[in-house]
Write a new protein. Structure first.
Length: 425
């Protein structure tokens, strides 16, 4: 039997993982600068959580969830997105009321049973941010700007921010009526799902991916025209704050997001290389979610970035610009011969690493010449040579790889080695 990764999943191997780590570090650094703190929630949750929050008529819930019964007959689901779990966790631990846990972000895998294709898999990772507690339009602008700041720090170009407003519940009720009226005469031309949606949840039609539904959608009225005065003012204010922050954007009145809980601002960031269909980041305001989960009314704004897609883009950008990320730099390679030398080498490696250096030692190595070429291949700045002649004199040799200059130092005085390396920088 040939063992392979399950369909729609993939391994992240050394060579690529450095890009993931670079992105993760940028997330921690940049989001902290906006007051964000990391949260880690379980990979599976009671199924009910997603049905109630993501929406019982969304593609994610009806077609894409990995749902299973555990041995006690509970229905559980591998999380298809992060927001419901985060909202549940903050509610469960009373962090929304305390006010100190209300700006959180996460990085981790999500699971959706989708048709695998480039940039779309069944296990994929998202970077998400959820800012709870404020209905202020400046929060919308600042959180969108934060997503862009992350992309900019990763040196991505060709980014497009698209925004829209889907109003609050009453605006949407009004719009639903208008949409239904407009599409009813063309019901028979819609796909079977959309024919059903026309009665159950006409807004979902705008999110349908079936090609034959696209031209019909294009004739539908737009939600921006159904906004109440307050929602329109909110949207105008968001645009004003984006202008203040010199963030460029376009308004797409047909942008609705695939999940049920959005209110007012919705947005997407697309990246040039991926094309408009493959958004890099999506999100918006969800002022009713926490309330609908039984919590106190809590306005919120958030987004999710597709980490796998971001990695593809960063990798493409790196290839275009600089050399691809390789193995981490090695400060010092420790070449050894014989058991006694190996023991000294292990002690040296420990001391050097404690001093913040990266040290590499290969215990199986038997041949000094081979180790010298391994040191060069690893790009080591220095090689510590623990060979017979030096060992017999209770000393070791430190070789600077850039010019081959070798210094003899007393064996065991690893601090001297660190000092010598610092001088030779
Ligand atoms: P969503 O949670 O559907 O709003 O998606 C947010 C972002 O997650 C998208 O813009 C994509 O970048 C990414 N994403 C969603 N589904 C997948 C998938 N199946 N595979 C890879 N990335 C995905």
């Amino acid at each position: 039997m040939e063992l392979r990764a399950a369909k729609g999943t993939r391994d992240v191997l050394p060579g690529e993982v450095e890009i993931w780590q670079r992105i993760e570090q940028a997330v921690h650094r940049i989001f902290a600068g906006y007051g964000g703190r990391e949260i880690r929630t379980p990979l599976f949750e009671p199924t009910e959580l997603f049905v109630k929050s993501t929406g019982s008529d969304t593609d994610v819930v009806t077609k894409e969830m990995y749902t299973f019964e555990d041995r006690a007959g509970r229905s559980l689901t591998l999380r298809p997105e992060g927001t419901p779990g985060v909202a549940r966790a903050l509610l469960e631990h009373g962090l929304l009321r305390r006010g100190d846990g209300d700006r959180v972000y996460y990085i981790g895998p999500m699971f959706r049973y989708e048709r695998p294709q480039k940039g779309r898999s069944r296990q994929f990772s998202q970077i998400g941010a959820e800012w709870f507690g404020s209905p202020h339009p400046a929060v919308d602008a600042e959180v969108m700007e934060m997503a862009l700041a992350l992309f900019t720090s990763l040196e991505l170009s060709d980014l497009g921010l698209t925004i829209n407003s889907v109003g609050h519940a009453a605006c949407r009720a009004e719009y639903r009526r208008k949409l239904r009226e407009a599409l009813l005469p063309r019901q028979a031309e819609l796909c079977p799902d959309c024919q059903r949606r026309l009665d159950a949840n006409p807004l979902r039609i705008l999110d349908c991916k079936v090609p034959s539904c696209q031209p019909i959608k294009d004739t539908a009225p737009v939600i921006l025209d159904s906004l109440c005065g307050e929602c329109r003012a909110h949207f105008d204010a968001v645009r004003g704050y984006l202008d203040v922050m010199e963030v460029q954007y376009t308004v797409n009145p047909r942008l609705v997001r695939g999940l049920d809980y959005y209110t007012r601002t919705t947005f997407e960031v697309t990246g040039g290389a991926l094309g408009a269909q493959n958004a890099l980041c999506g999100g918006g305001r969800y002022d009713d979610l926490v309330g609908s989960m039984g919590g106190p009314p809590t306005p919120a704004f958030g987004f999710a970035i597709g980490l796998d897609r971001l990695v593809l883009m960063v990798a493409a950008e790196q290839e275009a610009g600089r050399a691809a990320a390789g193995a981490p730099a090695t400060d010092i390679y420790i070449a050894h011969l014989g058991e006694e030398a190996l023991r000294s080498g292990l002690a040296a490696a420990r001391a050097l690493r404690r001093a913040g250096l990266t040290a590499r030692l290969e215990p199986d190595a038997r041949d000094m010449k081979k180790q010298m070429s391994r040191a060069a291949a690893a790009g080591a700045r220095y090689t510590l040579i623990l060979a017979e002649a030096e060992m017999a004199r209770r000393s070791c040799a430190l070789k600077r790889m850039s010019d081959g200059v070798q210094t003899e130092l007393p064996l065991g005085d690893w601090q001297r080695v660190v000092q010598e390396m610092a001088v030779g920088r």
